[in-house]
Design a protein around this ligand. Structure first.
Ligand SMILES: Cc1cc2nc3c(=O)[nH]c(=O)nc-3n(C[C@H](O)[C@H](O)[C@H](O)COP(=O)(O)OP(=O)(O)OC[C@H]3O[C@@H](n4cnc5c(N)ncnc54)[C@H](O)[C@@H]3O)c2cc1C
Length: 365
C-alpha cells in the first residue's frame, strides 16, 4: 500500500472511512465504472467491527415496521448476496426471530397488529405465555418476526477491504482533514491525490470533521458480549426480550446491546457488562456456566431525527456526506449507498427524508 500507482493517484472519488458505508459505496462506484480511492484507518474504532449486524423488520417499543423496511430488505438481501458471490464469502444469514411481550398490553397490541395486512409478511404466530422454547422465560407470550437476518460484518469488511487493496483502491492511513485542499477546476487535492469529489463515510468520527461542524449527529454508545456456553441448547433463532440473544452455533452466542448517550468513549465498561448479563438472566430461566470471549464497545452514528444524513456540503462543491446509519447500518447501507450513487452519477434526487439539505433548508441562517 505504500506504493501509489496511476489508478490510485487519480480517482474520481475519494472515500474517507472503510466501514460499512465506505466499503459498500466503493463497491457500487467501482461497479459503475468509477475510479475510487478509499482512505481508511483500521486501527481506529469502527461500529461495523463490533455490531452484530442484525436486520429486524419490526422494532422499537411499539413493535412497528422499521422505516422503509419494505424497500430496505430486498435491496439488502440482493446486495449482500451479490457481494457473497463476487467475493466468495458467506455473510448474509436469514434467521427466525422471536420477540417476547413485556406485558399483557404488548400481547394485545401484537394480536391487533397481526391482523393488519401491512404486517402479514413480517408478523408470524403469536404464542401464549409458556409456549416459547423450554429454556426461556416467557411470562407474557411471544411472537415470530419474519424477514430477519444477521450480516456477519467483520468478515464482510475484511473481504471488501482486501478486494480494494488488490485493486489498488485502498490506502491504510488516518485521513488528515487539514491536508485536504480545494485545487484548480474545483478538484480536491489530498496529499498526492487529486479527486473530483470526496465522500465522508466516517461513522461517529464525523463529529471531528472540520468541514461539517455542528452536524446533527447524536452518537450512541453500544456494547455486546460474545460468549460460549456448552450448557445452553436453543433452537436456531434470535430471541428478543429487552436485549437480543443471537446463537451462532457450536455453543457460541452474542447478547446485545446497551444504549448510552452520555459516555461517548469507545471502551467496554463493567456497568454495560453487568447490564448485558442481567439481560441474559431475563431471557433465560437459568443461566448455565458461560465463558465471555469478547466484550466489544462502539459508537452508533445516530442522528437527532433518526434518519441518515446524505448529500452535498452546502457550500463546498465536491464534498459529500454519507452518514447517520445509526443502529441499523446493516439494513440501511445497501439502499442508502445505491440512492447516493444514483444521485451522484445520474442526478436522481435524494430522498428528502435523508437529504442533508433538510437541516439547512429549514434553517437558512
Ligand atoms: C454495539 C453496537 C451494536 C450494533 N448492532 C447493530 C446491529 O445489530 N444491526 C445493525 O444494522 N447495526 C448495528 N450497529 C450499527 C452499525 O454498526 C452502524 O450502523 C454501521 O456500522 C454504520 O456504518 P458506517 O460506515 O457509517 O460507520 P462505521 O462502521 O463506524 O465506519 C466508519 C469508518 O470510518 C473510519 N474513519 C473515521 N474517520 C476516519 C479518518 N479520519 N481516517 C480514516 N478512517 C476514518 C472508522 O475508523 C471506521 O472504520 C451496532 C453498533 C454498535 C456500536
Amino acid at each position: 500500500m505504500g506504493t501509489i500507482n496511476q489508478e490510485e493517484a487519480a480517482p474520481d472519488t475519494l472515500i474517507v472511512g472503510a466501514g460499512l458505508a465506505g466499503c459498500l459505496l466503493a463497491w457500487r462506484l467501482r461497479a459503475a465504472g468509477q475510479r475510487v480511492l478509499v482512505v481508511g484507518d483500521s486501527s481506529k474504532p469502527c461500529a461495523a467491527s463490533v455490531a452484530a449486524g442484525v436486520i429486524n423488520p419490526v422494532t422499537g417499543r411499539w413493535a412497528v415496521k422499521s422505516w422503509q423496511i419494505d424497500t430496505l430488505l430486498p435491496e439488502a438481501e440482493h446486495s449482500y448476496r451479490t457481494i457473497e458471490a463476487e467475493l466468495g464469502i458467506q455473510i448474509y444469514h436469514p434467521i427466525p426471530l422471536r420477540r417476547f411481550c413485556q406485558n399483557e398490553a404488548d400481547l394485545k397490541r401484537i394480536g391487533r397488529r397481526s391482523r393488519n395486512p401491512r404486517y402479514a409478511d413480517v408478523l408470524g404466530k403469536l404464542s401464549p405465555a409458556g409456549e416459547g422454547p423450554e429454556a426461556l422465560q416467557d411470562p407474557c407470550g411471544s411472537f415470530e418476526i419474519h424477514g430477519a437476518a444477521y450480516v456477519d460484518l467483520p468478515p464482510l469488511l475484511a473481504a471488501m477491504r482486501a478486494d480494494l487493496v488488490a485493486a489498488h483502491c485502498y490506502r491504510e492511513e488516518y485521513f488528515d482533514h487539514h491536508a485536504l485542499q480545494q485545487g484548480t477546476g474545483g478538484l480536491w487535492q489530498y496529499k498526492n491525490v487529486t479527486a473530483q469529489q470526496v465522500v465522508f463515510c466516517e461513522g461517529a468520527a464525523v463529529t471531528q470533521n472540520p468541514f461539517f461542524p455542528d452536524l446533527a449527529m447524536k452518537p450512541v454508545k453500544g456494547e455486546t458480549l460474545a460468549f460460549s456456553c456448552p450448557g445452553l441448547q436453543l433452537p436456531h433463532s434470535i430471541f428478543h426480550n429487552g436485549k437480543w440473544l443471537l446463537p451462532y452455533g457450536e455453543n457460541r452466542f452474542r447478547i446485545g446491546a446497551t444504549y448510552d448517550e452520555d459516555d461517548l468513549s469507545e471502551t467496554p465498561t463493567a456497568a454495560a457488562k453487568a447490564a448485558l448479563l442481567e439481560g441474559l438472566a431475563k431471557i433465560l430461566k437459568e443461566v448455565p456456566e458461560l465463558e465471555i470471549e469478547q466484550h466489544l464497545a462502539g459508537l452508533r452514528p445516530s442522528t437527532v431525527d433518526a434518519r441518515p444524513i446524505i448529500g452535498p456540503h452546502p457550500q463546498k462543491k465536491g464534498l459529500y456526506l454519507l452518514n447517520g446509519l445509526g443502529s441499523k447500518g446493516a439494513s440501511l447501507a445497501p439502499l442508502m449507498t445505491r440512492q447516493f450513487v444514483d444521485y451522484l452519477l445520474h442526478d436522481h434526487p435524494l430522498d428528502p427524508e435523508t437529504d442533508f439539505a433538510r437541516f439547512f433548508n429549514a434553517n437558512p441562517d
